[in-house]
Design a protein around this ligand. Structure first.
Ligand code: HEC
Ligand code: HEC
Length: 435
């Protein structure tokens, strides 16, 4: 196209809508993401981290790797359900004879996606923030003063905890890790480190990542955690979605309905009050009335019906933090069903409908699952408290506006980032099955 024609076209675009360069009338719009927003890791560290992330040797049972729950085919989450029904992937070798779905169901855990966690603004991990890096560089973690020295960032600290958390990883069948579990986290980390030390195929990648090492027996849990952090911090980067292209100046990158959705998101729908910033999260905790139960949980069932997920008040000791939920990033949200911290909604549209009118949405969720029967007192109490504490205002939008908002959320999708940069390795040094 000739320069004059281009100029006229962009002038026309400028005057046709009220979004111009995105700054003046949309003050909340983030700046485009830049390379320096991310921590830097060496490729050798990332490669080693990839092997460890996929290696089931790091679980007591030899049945679970990080990738079991953060899978490249499920956008770094565990998904649980696809449009075709329950996702059976990885079930063949699941835990204690149960399918992955059944095994993880009691703890009702929906694993969050791991996009962009290498950006240095991500300093708070988990739904309750129990792992975090303070301003002065020190770490908060469940290990307190027992945390190993030399961990390079908050992702390295986080990487220590799956291995010591719950029956899924430590295992309920006898194994070397379970045998020492009663001695504490340090003993579990030591047992896992020894497993890695016994695998000669780990020597080349460890030596490449840490040239100062002389032999496998010098490896510590810190080397392992730092390498996993390098992988997690690099693998699921997603900063090149249509929304990013739009922010960088390509106004054709969004469809007209997505542009309208963007205006709502950063304007009258008020989403950016919490979902602000480059990754659509303020990293804050908010009293938002979303269900604490998975979409398939029986509210009249066993203890799992009462499972309260990661209550921030337990961490801070402040009653005001009870049921506060962390604002999740919305990158690739189209692909990370089910939705809500607990995975309460199967579809994004369903979640959004409830999120736009949170107390009515929660009541409807409960009503559907109880078929109108009176709830067990404990469940009813939680519902009442969630409603009483909710601070997310209800927003009235037309059907068309809701579909525009959904269209905008899809502009945060970057399909080529879903599987990760390195993807699955061909084989891991333990030769155990890959997820
Ligand atoms: C049994 C399933 C499971 C396994 C295995 C697992 N995770 Fe997770 N992961 C989860 C769940 C569930 C959460 C959310 C927990 C919470 O918020 O309290 C989580 C949270 C995280 C987070 C924090 C994300 C955020 O936004 O706060 C990171 C990072 C992470 N996992 C990485 C790993 C790594 C690395 C491994 C292997 C060492 C691993 N996970 C193994 C289920 C799993
Ligand atoms: C008061 C803060 C706040 C506002 C305002 C807000 N959200 Fe949220 N949002 C949250 C929190 C907190 C969660 C996590 C809920 C949970 O843990 O179940 C969430 C969850 C979500 C999710 C689910 C993400 C996932 O991976 O499960 C989507 C989508 C979402 N919000 C979109 C929006 C949109 C669109 C708007 C504007 C209409 C909006 N939010 C307004 C705080 C907010």
């Amino acid at each position: 196209m000739r320069p004059l024609a281009t100029l006229l076209l962009s002038l026309a675009a400028l005057f046709s809508g009220h979004i111009n360069n995105g700054r003046a009338d949309q003050p909340d719009l983030p700046k485009p993401v830049q390379e320096q927003d991310f921590r830097q890791y060496t490729p050798q560290m990332v490669k080693l981290g990839q092997l460890l992330f996929y290696d089931r040797v790091l679980s007591g049972t030899y049945r679970v790797s990080c990738a079991t729950c953060h899978h490249p085919d499920r956008a770094s989450s565990n998904g649980f359900r696809t449009d075709q029904g329950v996702d059976q992937k990885g079930d063949d070798l699941a835990i204690n004879g149960l399918s992955l779905y059944e095994a993880l169901k009691p703890s009702a855990k929906h694993a969050p996606a791991l996009f962009n966690l290498g950006a240095s603004e991500f300093t708070v991990m988990f739904g309750d923030g129990r792992v975090a890096q303070h301003q002065d560089g020190s770490f908060l973690s469940p290990a307190g003063s027992q945390l190993p020295e030399g961990l390079q960032d908050v992702l390295a600290v986080q990487a220590l905890f799956p291995a010591v958390t719950g029956d899924e990883l430590v295992g309920t069948v006898d194994n070397d890790v379970k045998a020492v579990a009663h001695l504490g986290n340090g003993a579990i980390w030591q047992a896992l480190t020894e497993r890695v030390q016994y695998l000669p195929d780990y020597w080349p990648p460890f030596k490449a990542a840490y040239p100062q090492l002389n032999s496998l027996d010098q490896i510590t849990i810190t080397h392992i955690a730092n390498a996993i952090s390098a992988f997690v911090g690099t693998e699921w980067r997603s900063d090149d979605a249509p929304f990013d292209a739009w922010l960088r100046g390509n106004k054709q990158a969004l469809s007209p309905s997505q542009t309208n959705g963007l205006e709502l998101f950063y304007g009258k729908a008020g989403c950016s009050r919490c979902h602000g910033g480059s990754f659509q999260t303020d990293h804050g905790f908010h009293p938002v009335a979303t269900p604490l139960w998975r979409f398939d949980v029986d509210l009249f069932g066993g203890p799992e019906a009462f499972e309260i997920h990661q209550d921030r008040a337990e961490l801070t000791g402040k009653d005001a933090d009870k049921y506060n939920r962390r604002t999740p990033s919305l990158r690739n949200v189209e692909w990370t069903a089910p939705y809500g911290h607990a995975g309460s909604f199967k579809t994004l549209a369903g979640f959004l409908k409830a999120h736009l009118d949170p107390t009515a949405g929660l009541r409807e969720f409960v009503l559907k699952r109880s078929s109108g029967k009176p709830l067990p007192t404990a469940v009813q109490m939680v519902v009442d408290q969630l409603i009483a504490r909710n601070k997310l205002p209800s927003v009235k939008l037309s059907k068309q506006e809701i579909s525009e908002l959904l269209a905008f959320l899809k502009s945060l999708s970057q399909p080529d980032s879903l599987q990760g940069r390195l993807g699955r390795p061909e084989i891991v040094p333990s030769s155990l099955a890959l997820d």
